[in-house]
Design a protein around this ligand. Sequence first.
Ligand code: NAD
Ligand code: TYD
Length: 351
Amino acid sequence: MTNAILITGGAGFIGSHVVRRMVNNHPDKLIVNFDKLTYAGNPENLTDITNKKNYRFEKGDIADEKTVSSLFEKYDFEGVIHLAAESHVDRSISNPMEFIRTNIVGTVVLLNHAKAAWADDFSDKCFYHISTDEVYGSLGDTGLFTENTPYDPKSPYSASKASSDHLVRAYYNTYGMPVVISNCSNNYGPNQFPEKLLPLAINNIKNMKPIPIYGKGENVRDWLYVEDHADAIETIYFNGKKGETYNIGGNNEWTNIDLIRLLCKIMDDKLKREPGTSENLITFVKDRAGHDKRYAIDSSKIAKELGWQPSLDFEEGLKKTVDWYLNNQGWMDNVLTGDYQKYYKTMYENR
Ligand code: NAD
Ligand code: TYD
């Protein structure tokens, strides 16, 4: 098979949904998942497709020149869908360097090797960089991020992603690399590592542990079901215009406190608890340093130009997500290893 597509970070949360979708929808393409398997990468996310004929897994680090070089020698890639990243804001606050290495250096290593492999003949090639709405900074009570909103990242995570976006655009402008970028809002759904708000809260509620809410819980996020994001990524990979950026969002803004209250109601219902039991677990803790107030996305460009829309009603998506975590306790148990306990203690004890 010569039609190989490289997906980086395919063992992570969003990447695993993208890999599954591409493997199942495109049997004529060889899907190569390249992932370092950091704490966030989990081969268990992909057990259902591991034996498919058009799937390969390659373990490696995107910032490691030698490994990436052998990868591009081994396969003839028609495209790259680049998701590998350090992705958690709180970890970027305590350890920024790993974010610089993976998110910035790793992206440039991939750009260089794709460029060399394609020998400057870019026809029918695509380097697709997956980014976040956090590069635009923080909104006040009104307004939406559009593709033209100036970059104003505030955390080491968002600054590293912004830097990688700039580099990807620089390769388009300087070398004519066939790139496309998308910036998406907060994803939720199955397989998300329980350092992020929703899976962490679901796990704590299940175990009757406090739900830590930063500050007053008034920060606002726009939430999109992960399968809808994977659908948008597939659409952009095949139909996005080179050199363009597409914002992806759910038109679905929630304050953290309202979101967690809704989650508590759903969990009481699913776990057959007295109404109000889970809400009693809500605990306000010290705010995140530099906590962005509000993210909200204008996704009219992708709707108008590529016909993509979010498909799932939020409450339905949240119920589906809760069901997945409750039915996959084995997955959660394997993730909650000693490392996670150590992380949780450092991040939340005495907060
Ligand atoms: P994740 O942390 O769940 O997964 C990241 C994956 O990348 C893991 O499998 C990890 O092993 C791999 N990885 C990390 N460093 C690597 C390296 N040096 N070399 C190779 N692989 C490496 O992240 P996610 O939430 O699935 O996010 C995926 C992408 O989408 C990221 O680029 C992120 O910035 C972006 N994004 C995420 C969200 C969200 O809400 N989670 C929203 C918008 C954009
Ligand atoms: P998170 O899932 O870390 O995503 P991001 O910071 O990329 O938006 O956090 C979502 C929101 O929830 C954010 O405003 C921070 C807040 N939050 C808490 O209140 N408590 C927590 O324990 C976590 C992890 C996040």
